[in-house]
Design a protein around this ligand. Structure first.
Ligand code: NAD
Length: 428
């Protein structure tokens, strides 16, 4: 394995990739609805979001100029309840990606049985090049632009890629000012002092850890001593690395956008956590780095893509050496690659199940905001474990009983509730 530390430029592929994300989501939803015995009309309803708002947000920049940013909010299906989903700040955000992400949120909410439908938002921007003041004005401008279609009983945003609890706090404050009453239930992922939930920050990684434990039991893999590789060292990847490290696993590879670190004897995760920046970057501090492509093909027991989409494709799926692949990121494995991994007997735990810990604890945060009574971290983790162990079992049993791969089984579990709710409402 070389030590090149290559920066991968993915910008040119983005449009095609995003279209694939959207269309491949539609393909699996169609398959899931057919397996569940629903009509084509149900697919017509669920194949696109019910609502998609595009907004233009003028922001005064620090140098006095005004820059106009484009943002989106997509609401896939609100038959079950208000829509729910994060807001992403990224230069490569686009309409199809936001639409696909909102559809996945619907599926996730169905899989973990929350009283929500799926939503998602995004702003085309690069927060890494913006000051705190510019980010605050952009966050507040976005809330003003989408305020008519969001709210604690309509659509509840949350953090996603390159957004955090500070951004949620500004957004909550802006919404509360607009409505003229305190509205903590408008958004989740807030700081604790503003009604955030204990355990929210680590919830996605906690959920991925629970799914890894469940998958390991089914594959006879011991977590203690297991060789783990994690792509991405941001919110999801870094906390997951810590959970695995503390559980006695050997985390032999991690990466960020610039490259990866590999040590067959196990990396010192506490040291890396200490050195990483707030954007999940750490590899630039090292000389002997590998590429993200090389990282994915490392010989290991558990591989967790926790960064960006379309990482395991038909091109590299045959070279994946892990026994278990758990998707912490949204859409890291293409449909062709899913088929190849499944044929090779690799247990793939799909994104809509594996990364549902974040939305589950977001739901707990909203419940606590609504009742004005707050739970301890132990209580939150206990409740999360119960939800995810059950969800994993449902998906695994559907996969086994219906002889389908875990992704299709998860989509069947995810689509069931919103389809039933849409039917009872008389929409289809
Ligand atoms: P983050 O912004 O905190 O971290 C992203 C990490 O990925 C960083 O280490 C970054 O350097 C790395 N990265 C960026 N581009 C990359 C590339 N081209 N190749 C390799 N690494 C790259 O994001 P996050 O919150 O950890 O989210 C990661 C993934 O998990 C996303 O797909 C997100 O949608 C998904 N997810 C996150 C949450 C959550 O609660 N954080 C919940 C559900 C799903």
């Amino acid at each position: 394995m070389g030590a090149t530390g290559v920066v991968e430029n993915k910008e040119n592929q983005q449009t095609e990739e995003s279209l694939n994300l959207f269309t491949s989501t539609q393909i699996v939803i169609k398959d899931a609805l057919t397996k569940l015995g629903y009509s084509d009309e149900m697919f017509e309803l669920l194949k696109e979001p019910l609502r998609m708002l595009t907004v233009r947000i003028p922001v005064r920049m620090d140098d006095g100029s005004v820059k106009i940013f484009t943002g989106y909010r997509s609401q896939h299906n609100d038959a079950v309840g208000p829509t729910k989903g994060g807001v992403r700040f990224h230069p490569e955000v686009n309409e199809d990606e936001v639409k696909a992400l909102s559809m996945w949120m619907s599926l996730k909410c169905g899989i973990v049985d929350l009283p929500y439908g799926g939503g998602k938002g995004g702003i085309i921007c690069d927060p890494r090049t913006m000051s705190m003041g510019e980010l605050e004005r952009l966050s507040r401008g976005y809330v003003r632009a989408i305020s008519q279609i969001v709210g604690p009983t309509k659509d509840i945003p949350a953090p996603d890629v390159y957004t955090n609890s500070q951004i949620m706090a500004w957004m909550m404050d802006e919404y509360s000012r607009l409505r003229e009453y305190d509205s903590p239930g408008f958004i989740t992922g807030k700081p604790l002092v503003l009604g955030g939930s204990q355990g929210r920050e680590k919830a996605t990684a906690q959920g991925v850890t629970i799914c890894i434990e469940e998958a390991a039991k089914r594959k006879g893999v011991q977590i203690e001593g297991a060789r783990v590789v994690i792509q991405g060292f941001g919110n999801a990847g870094s906390f997951l690395a810590k959970f695995m490290y503390d559980a006695g696993a050997k985390v032999i590879g991690i990466s960020d956008a610039l490259g990866g670190l590999y040590d067959p004897n196990g990396l010192d995760i506490d040291y890396l956590l200490d050195r990483r920046d707030s954007f999940g970057m750490v590899t630039s501090l090292f000389e002997n780095t590998i590429t993200n492509a090389e990282l994915l093909e490392i010989d290991c027991d558990i591989l967790v893509p926790a960064a960006v989409s379309n990482q395991i494709t038909a091109q590299n799926a045959r070279n994946i050496k892990a026994t278990i692949v758990v998707e912490a990121a949204n859409g890291p494995t293409t449909l062709d690659a899913t088929k190849i991994l499944s044929e090779r007997g690799i247990l793939l735990v799909p994104d809509v199940l594996a990364s549902a810990g974040g939305v589950t604890v977001s739901y707990f945060e909203w419940v606590q905001n609504n009742q004005g009574y707050y739970w301890s971290e132990e209580e939150v983790i206990q409740k999360l474990r119960k939800v995810l162990v059950q969800a994993f079992e449902n998906v695994y049993n559907t996969a086994t009983n219906r002889q389908v791969n875990m992704r299709l089984a998860a989509y069947m579990e995810g689509a069931r509730k919103m389809s039933e709710a849409s039917r009872f409402r008389g929409w289809v």
